[in-house]
Design a protein around this ligand. Structure first.
Ligand code: FEO
Length: 407
């Protein structure tokens, strides 16, 4: 649990959550923080909530007590977003403070009734609406739909220049001894930035066009500090806004000067060629991520694929189709719209091919727009000429990726 005074009358309340699957299926190796904020003017407001992943609000109430704030005196409950990682505590809080006024978007109002049966004391806000807490704290509301759900708003305190952005500008990774991104060591920053891409690609990627619009909207505000619902606080807001703008652009490609090799093998025949390809890649001046499926989680593969301009797929045929774990992974990449990559596919087959046909069907159906160079398929174990052919194509793909960044 963490409480910090981050600006005039403004408090950050946070807990870390570990050993869960975020949204029920995303692996989070470094955990995630859930952040809530309290603003005290003449009146007090709480923005979003933190509670145990089981929905128990004791943690939040304990944090509020540490601030010597009586929860019954909190006048406004600002719901930036209704996903239960932020809203799961509202029912219990309303039992303690039934008179508090809920401030939210129109779509969040509908979800309040659907999720928690609440219909009273709700004020709907949208762009250009304000809430004056007194003491100079005038809150502006900013609609940022689909970042992450259609209901989402951000709240901007005009006194402190703080944008409470909820999921937007968030990150995975638990909060340790610092709550500010600018206080991380260079080594910590590398880990944290990877957690930020992981969060973006796993949770927000599908909504990249809406993220781009939200970033543009936020860039027009006189923001001094960004205080998101997950992750660290940014006192240099342009850094995370620019990073998010880049992440959104990666959806339609090109992304970074990176390459991801995703592979699966049944009996080691495709694996032999994968090992040959990895050796070739070691000598190339390019960042390479290698992931085996199904051993590697979807979230990890997606994180690498999101930042990669080139993708190599290696898998055998299985029952006239593509090796199923690879097909499932590609379906997920397609649903997240990892589009317009430069790509190469190789793999083995036994008594029948089919993986290549399956690959073409997935690419067409999901309109992924990947540009493939000629595939390499071999019967059973790859012969020396097969390996050399794989090597040639790997080098060719690397050159194509590099050429994107040379022009
Ligand atoms: Fe952090 Fe969309 O909830």
């Amino acid at each position: 649990m963490n409480i910090s005074n981050i600006a005039d009358g403004t408090y950050h309340l946070s807990i870390n959550v570990e050993n869960i699957l975020f949204e029920g299926f995303w692996e989070i190796p470094n955990g995630v923080s859930l952040n809530s904020y309290i603003i005290q003017g003449e009146k007090t407001a709480i923005i979003d909530g933190v509670c145990g992943w089981d929905g128990v609000p004791d943690t939040l109430l304990a944090l509020i007590e540490q601030l010597n704030i009586n929860p019954e005196t909190i006048e406004y409950l600002i719901v930036n977003h209704m996903e239960p990682d932020h809203s799961g505590w509202i029912g219990a809080f309303k039992e303690i403070n039934p008179d508090c006024k809920i401030i939210c978007s129109k779509k969040a109002r509908d979800l309040l009734e659907a999720f928690y049966g609440m219909t009273e004391n709700i004020t709907v806000v949208g762009d250009n609406d304000t809430l004056d807490l007194g003491g100079g704290h005038v809150l502006n509301f900013v609609e940022i739909p689909n970042v992450h759900w259609p209901d989402t708003i951000a709240t901007f305190d005009t006194l402190t220049g703080t944008l409470f952005s909820c999921d937007c500008f968030g990150s995975f990774g638990k909060i340790g001894s610092t709550i500010y991104a600018d206080e991380l060591t260079p080594e910590e920053l590398i880990v944290y930035e990877n957690d930020t891409v992981r969060y973006y690609s796993n949770v927000l990627a599908y909504f990249s066009p809406q993220v781009k619009r939200a970033v543009t909207k936020c860039q027009a505000l006189p923001i001094i500090m960004i205080a998101p619902g997950h992750g660290l606080i940014y006192r240099n807001p342009s850094e995370i806004m620019n990073a998010y703008s880049d992440y959104a652009d990666y959806q339609k490609g090109p992304a970074r000067r990176e390459l991801t090799l995703i592979w699966g093998s049944m009996y080691g025949m495709t694996q032999t060629a994968v090992e040959y390809a990895i050796n070739i890649l070691k000598d190339e001046d390019i960042i390479v991520h290698v992931h085996q499926v199904p051993e590697t989680s979807w979230g990890t593969v997606l994180t690498s694929a999101w930042t990669s301009t080139g993708i190599i797929l290696a898998m055998p045929t299985y029952e006239f189709k593509m090796f199923p774990p690879m097909a499932a992974m590609l379906e997920e990449l397609g649903k997240k719209k990892v589009n317009n990559r430069k790509a190469f596919r190789f793999g083995s087959y036994g008594w029948s091919g089919g993986a290549q046909r399956d690959l073409e069907e997935i690419m067409t159906r999901l309109a992924m727009g990947w540009e493939f160079i000629e595939p390499v398929e071999f019967v059973g174990n790859p012969r020396q000429e097969d390996l050399e052919h794989v090597g040639e194509q790997v080098r060719k793909l690397v050159e194509e990726v590099k050429s994107v960044f040379n022009s």
